[in-house]
Each structure stands twice: as structure tokens, then as C-alpha cells.
Design a binder for this molecule. Structure first.
Ligand SMILES: *Cc1c(COP(=O)(O)O)cnc(C)c1O
Ligand code: SF4
Length: 337
């Protein structure tokens, strides 16, 4: 008799977010294989200039076999990156000297200050203005943070601390809550903001521990996510956002306008509506910072303006993000319209 043994269909045990961060896709060839793409699409040189990093969750939202998938194009090292373009520099915002009163601190916006809480991201976006930033040289730990806290305590014009990076949520909850704890006794600090792409590319980051810290946080807390395309909004992300909202975290989104990815008013309108459904307020739509290697993503100002007016014609005002540009040396973003 021929007995067929039942095959054990064990669900893979869910990874913790820390395990998922150890298990990123870093080999361009692995990305190509996972998505049935031809390796000709990849540039080894581009991958050497700026390492490939993609979470498995983000990759799972891409359409296999589609070389123009809008999520894929954000992370795939392509030949276009290696072409030098006039007017694009390795440090478009000149951040590292001019506005850098302490290590890991950027103080250029009035009343608010950016504190680098981590020097890592879970994903490397090819258009990132920090793609040439020497993160390894910026060690950040409690010693540096205490110096930053001291600076914050002395400047009474500050009311908000923005945790930035890298991606601040790639830092442990223990470190983050410790850092927030240090701000507790500074009376002029009212608000804490977290700028992160982690909930998008790794929704499991929004776990019980993070939520319990945020729930107990005495500062008014907000989170600015970074989502460029409606396809990035997964069921898991929607669930995470609902839990953040229930923990009293105000959610906003900033997008970068990217040629071939979201430079279309239909897509931008769909994005705004999907954000709203997920309790996220559309906030900024940024023109790309002119970083070397990203020129092929640039949308002309004229086209950006046209898209903005198309959105205004189509959506209620509260779903239209502000179209802005970061001009080096300016103490706020500059609206383009
Ligand atoms: C613009 C910007 C800020 C400050 O934004 P506001 O919402 O205008 O205060 C903070 N961090 C990053 C990375 C930004 O691009
Ligand atoms: S997540 Fe943000 S900081 Fe990190 S690579 Fe992408 S755009 Fe840059």
C-alpha cells in the first residue's frame, strides 16, 4: 500500500522586527531573482556607490516581472545613477557643517530641532539626499544624546524635538524611550515628532513595546511617515496606523515627487485618499533634493506645479499636500506654488 505522508505545512514563525532588519535584501541579484527581473536592469557600480537595502515586506508589495514597478524603482540600483548630472552634488543641503551645533543635531528650523536617533535605515531609497552621507562616521549613543539634550535645555526658543536619522525607528524602544525621558524635564519642549519610513517598509515595527511607550509618552507625539505611492499602503500598514492613532499619535505623510513613480495627479489623488483612510494626513510633497545620482527622478518645477493644481481641482484642500522645496540655507521649506 502506498501511504502518502501528509506534508507538514508549518507557517513560518513570524519574524520580530529586529530579525527582519537582520534579514534585509542587500544583494541586487537576490532582488532581481525574487521579482523575476533580468539582471541587466541592475548596475553593480550604482550598488557600490549606495548599498542596496530592502525589507522583505516592501519587496512583497512589488509586482513580479514588472521592471517599472513603482516600488521597485525606488530601491533598484540602475545605470542612470552613475551618470553625472550638472547641478547635482553629493551634499545638496550642506547639512553637516552649517547647522550642526552638536554631533547628531541639526538646528536650522525655527523652534524645532532634528536629533539623529539612528544612523541606519531599513531601506535605501535611491533618490535619498543622504545617499552620500558618511553615516559610519557619526556614532550616536547616550553620550552624544546627552550633549544634545543639554543644548536643547539651554535654548528656550525650542518647543519641538524631531527624531530623525537614518531612521529613528531602527533604534531600540529602550534607547528611544530613554532619550524621550531625558526631554521630560525640559519645560519648553512640548512636542516630540518621529520622522520614519519603518512602519511603511516594516509594519511589524509598530509592536506592543513601541505602542506602550508612545501611549505613556507625556509629550504630544506625532509621526511623519514617508509614503510615495498608494501601492506602499498594505493591510499591515493600515493596521499599524490604526494602533498608532489609538495611542494618540498624530500621523502625517510626506512624499517625494518622483518621475516615473508618482508624477501623475491620478496616482497622487489615490495616494491622498488611501492615506486618509489610514488616518494619515497628507502633509508635504517635496521636490527632489539635487543629489548626485538621482537626476533621473527629477520632475520639472513647471510639471510639479501643474500636478499640484490638478490635485487641487480634484480633492478637498485637506487632502492636498503642500508642494515644497528645500533650499539650502533657508530656515523653512519653500512652497513652490
Ligand atoms: C522639512 C523637514 C523637517 C521639518 O519639517 P516641518 O514640518 O516644516 O517642521 C524635519 N525633518 C526633515 C527630514 C524635513 O525634511
Ligand atoms: S528612508 Fe528616508 S532617510 Fe532612509 S534612505 Fe529612504 S529617504 Fe533616505
Amino acid at each position: 500500500m502506498n501511504t502518502i505522508l501528509p506534508t507538514l505545512q508549518l507557517e513560518p514563525s513570524p519574524q520580530s522586527w529586529q530579525q527582519a532588519l537582520q534579514d534585509l535584501i542587500k544583494k541586487p541579484s537576490e532582488l532581481a531573482e525574487l521579482l523575476n527581473l533580468s539582471p541587466e536592469q541592475l548596475s553593480q557600480e550604482a550598488a557600490e556607490q549606495f548599498e542596496v537595502r530592502v525589507t522583505r515586506h516592501f519587496a512583497s508589495l512589488m509586482e513580479p516581472g514588472n521592471p517599472n514597478d513603482p516600488l521597485l524603482l525606488q530601491v533598484l540600483p540602475g545605470i542612470a545613477e552613475t551618470i553625472k548630472a550638472e547641478g547635482y552634488s553629493s551634499e545638496p543641503l550642506m547639512e553637516s557643517d552649517q547647522f550642526n551645533p552638536r554631533p547628531g543635531v541639526i538646528h536650522k528650523y525655527k523652534g524645532r530641532l532634528l536629533l539623529m536617533a539612528s544612523n541606519q535605515c531599513a531601506i535605501n531609497c535611491r533618490y535619498c539626499f543622504r545617499r552620500h552621507f558618511p553615516y559610519q562616521d557619526h556614532h550616536l549613543g547616550r553620550k552624544q544624546w546627552l550633549e544634545a539634550v543639554d543644548y536643547i535645555a539651554q535654548d528656550h526658543s525650542l518647543s519641538e524635538v524631531i527624531l530623525s536619522g537614518g531612521d529613528p525607528l531602527s533604534q531600540s524602544d529602550k534607547q528611544l524611550s530613554w532619550l524621550a525621558e531625558q526631554l521630560k524635564d525640559i519645560p519648553h519642549i512640548k512636542r516630540l515628532r518621529i520622522h520614519s519610513r519603518l512602519p511603511v517598509v516594516l509594519p511589524s515595527r509598530v509592536d506592543e513595546k513601541l505602542l506602550s511607550w508612545l501611549n505613556s509618552e507625556h509629550l504630544q507625539t506625532s509621526m511623519v511617515l514617508h509614503i510615495n505611492h498608494p501601492q506602499e499602503i498594505s493591510t499591515e500598514l493600515r493596521h499599524a496606523c490604526k494602533r498608532l492613532k489609538d495611542a494618540d499619535v498624530r500621523l502625517f505623510n510626506q512624499s517625494v515627487l518622483l518621475k516615473g513613480i508618482n508624477d501623475n495627479s491620478g496616482i497622487l489623488a489615490e495616494l491622498s485618499e488611501a492615506l486618509f483612510e489610514s488616518h494619515i494626513q497628507p502633509y508635504y510633497l517635496h521636490q527632489l533634493d539635487k543629489v548626485q545620482g538621482a537626476a533621473h527622478f527629477q520632475v520639472e518645477d513647471e510639471d510639479a506645479r501643474r500636478l499640484y493644481y490638478e490635485l487641487r481641482a480634484e480633492l478637498p484642500g485637506y487632502l492636498v499636500p503642500l508642494l515644497t522645496q528645500e533650499i539650502p540655507g533657508k530656515a523653512a521649506k519653500t512652497p513652490i506654488v
